[in-house]
Write a protein that binds this ligand. Structure first.
Ligand code: G3D
Ligand code: MG
Length: 183
């Protein structure tokens, strides 16, 4: 009996939740990943076309996939979708020209069968830059309020400094708090 309990305990403690970090090239995905990692780093294993890191928050493991955003790589994003619980979409808030492409990619993901249960966290990154769009502007442009079938949240941020991170969605605890909503 004790063994079974121990096994169950270890199963739940070691359960990994999958997070994918997507967005156009130069949006700040890798910088954001490393902001998440500054708290508890477990290991790194760079792979071709993507980068995966594991973070542990109060015994809960998150496997975070940082996926290349160049045009040639976007068509293979869907190979990372299965079992994803969180989609982190990083937007460069200064990149007005390409916001339409981010929008297109966002809705393509939301319509994908493998992502039907995933929650979406959008980072309006590079808020330190002059003339950047605000999170509210980006939210409006992406028509986030029309998304009814996925939990979503938009967070303005500056991944470079991680400023304001502790009380924001850029802190790993945020993912943990949202898990019950996603499950
Ligand atoms: P990607 O992984 O999405 O392609 P990166 O993007 O994380 O590699 O970031 C692309 C560039 O944007 C990097 O600059 C990085 O330092 C910068 N960047 C990321 N976040 C911010 C931010 O919040 N503010 C500012 N000002 N810059 C940011 P380099 O010069 O290294 O290419
Ligand atoms: Mg990168």
């Amino acid at each position: 009996m004790g063994l079974i309990l121990a096994k169950l305990w270890s199963f739940f403690c070691n359960q990994e939740h999958k997070v994918i970090i997507v967005g156009l090239d130069n949006a700040g995905k890798t910088t954001i990943l490393y902001q998440f990692l500054m708290n508890e780093v477990v290991h790194t294993s760079p792979t071709i076309g993507s980068n995966v890191e594991e973070i542990v928050v109060k015994n809960t493991h998150f496997l975070m996939w940082d996926i290349g955003g160049q045009e040639s790589l976007r068509s293979s994003w869907n190979t990372y979708y299965s079992n994803t619980e969180f989609i982190i979409l990083v937007v460069d808030s200064t990149d007005r020209e390409r916001l339409a492409i981010s929008k297109e990619e966002l809705y393509r993901m939301l319509a994908h069968e493998d992502l039907r249960k995933a929650a979406v966290l959008i980072f309006a990154n590079k808020q330190d830059m002059k003339d950047c769009m605000s999170a509210a502007e980006i939210s409006k442009y992406l028509t986030l309020s029309s998304i009814k079938d996925h939990p979503w949240h938009i967070q303005s941020c500056c991944a470079l400094t991680g400023e304001g991170k502790d009380n924001s969605a850029m802190h790993p605890v945020w993912l943990l708090l949202k898990l019950p909503e996603v499950a």
